[in-house]
Design a binder for this molecule. Sequence first.
Ligand SMILES: NC(=O)c1ccc[n+]([C@@H]2O[C@H](COP(=O)([O-])OP(=O)(O)OC[C@H]3O[C@@H](n4cnc5c(N)ncnc54)[C@H](OP(=O)(O)O)[C@@H]3O)[C@@H](O)[C@H]2O)c1
Length: 295
Amino acid sequence: MGTIERFYTLNDGSKLPVIGFGTYNEEFSDNKKAILDAIECGYRFFDCASLYETERSLGNAIRESKISREEVIIESKLWIDEMGYKEAKAALERSLNRLQTDYIDIYMCHWPRQTGTDDEKWKEKDIETWKAMEEMVDAGKVKRLGLSNYLPHHLSNILDNCRIRPVVDQLELHPGYSQEAAVAFCRENDVLPMAWSPLGRGRENATAGNSILVRLSEKYGKSVQQINLRFLLQKGILPIPKASTREHMLANTDVFDFEISRDDMWMLTCMPQTTWLGEHPDFYIPDRRSNPDNT
Ligand SMILES: NC(=O)c1ccc[n+]([C@@H]2O[C@H](COP(=O)([O-])OP(=O)(O)OC[C@H]3O[C@@H](n4cnc5c(N)ncnc54)[C@H](OP(=O)(O)O)[C@@H]3O)[C@@H](O)[C@H]2O)c1
């Protein structure tokens, strides 16, 4: 099984495989085995976060695998309750400890806006957090910085005030929730859009059941999930699907032998909203907390 040998070039000249692997596990169970399988299936770019409590299993899997640390790209994120200058620095140390590494390849701020904060307050907090993150790069503990769930008005606050530019912005993106405005803003600012829940998290009666997707699946002889991934890739977006079985892991990289036509791309782009998870950064109030004891 070969590794994914196609890459996106980021705004700092570095490269990322065009498909990554998501580690979020709703049960928060140890998913080391899935990650070891993913490494064997050719994945080299792994997304995790302090919130997911998957950093330790990712670190363990990398140590147990036969590949070197340099061959793997680790992306992790600090959570909302880890924002702030001092808090962010402490969060990074905890993440490094759990990942059992001395650097993270891409470190992200997970969520732009703290609950109940007015405009000026969340902007200040974001800038303060970013300043700490820039110093992590200076210290060699982080290679590059990214954002997650930053819409144009959140991203521009960082762009207007940063010394080190974010290389990626991770957003919920899939057919039925393609967030065209946010993706266009990323492009204008040379920030690579990355897709979380690229398969709509397999929710019933939505992506998988959507008649447009089913029709295109039959037309192209590919699964609905492969249509989702190919759609994102043709838009120049980097998907990070999560999968538990080798069959799914391999299917999710078997998306380079067909091309969705221009008209079908438009049909997917314009399809009615479906399978949106419902977490809007300006309105949704995440009640989850990071677990500082999870060291
Ligand atoms: N930044 C954020 O706020 C944020 C939020 C959510 C997620 N994420 C990241 O994005 C990653 C991916 O998103 P996600 O985990 O929400 O969902 P997803 O990748 O859209 O969907 C995962 C679901 O699809 C199924 N699946 C995978 N490949 C399949 C295939 N080829 N055929 C049929 N079913 C398939 C999986 O089943 P099996 O497990 O049975 O294979 C699982 O139920 C996460 O793991 C996480 O790293 C980030």
